[in-house]
Design a protein around this ligand. Structure first.
Ligand code: ZN
Length: 95
């Protein structure tokens, strides 16, 4: 069985992502550390860049909903903290 080996070029750009360096392969797939234009760095399979599956860290897709997301995360966080306190009180009474 032969696996096609890619040789990534450092500094190569795929949409928002720039190849920083080659890293440990993921399941024998060439993997690279990339930096997104938004500043996020993460490891991705190189062929995903080549075939256009991965174009950003996710910010490309999320950008449209960013304002709505921020608003809803803010609400969720408040609710979550309140709920945790309630649970903490509940459990500490039980024990
Ligand atoms: Zn990004």
């Amino acid at each position: 069985m032969t696996i096609k080996k890619y040789f990534p070029t450092i500094g190569e750009k795929f949409d928002r992502l720039t190849v920083m360096k080659e890293v440990e392969p993921i399941k024998r797939n060439t993997a690279v550390l990339v930096e997104c234009e938004c500043g996020n760095k993460f490891v991705v399979r190189y062929y995903c860049l080549r075939n256009g599956n991965t174009k950003s860290c996710g910010c490309l897709r999320d950008e449209k909903n960013v304002e709505r997301n921020v608003a809803s995360i803010g609400k969720k966080k408040k609710g979550y903290v309140k709920k945790s306190v309630e649970w903490w009180n509940h459990w500490s009474k039980e024990s």
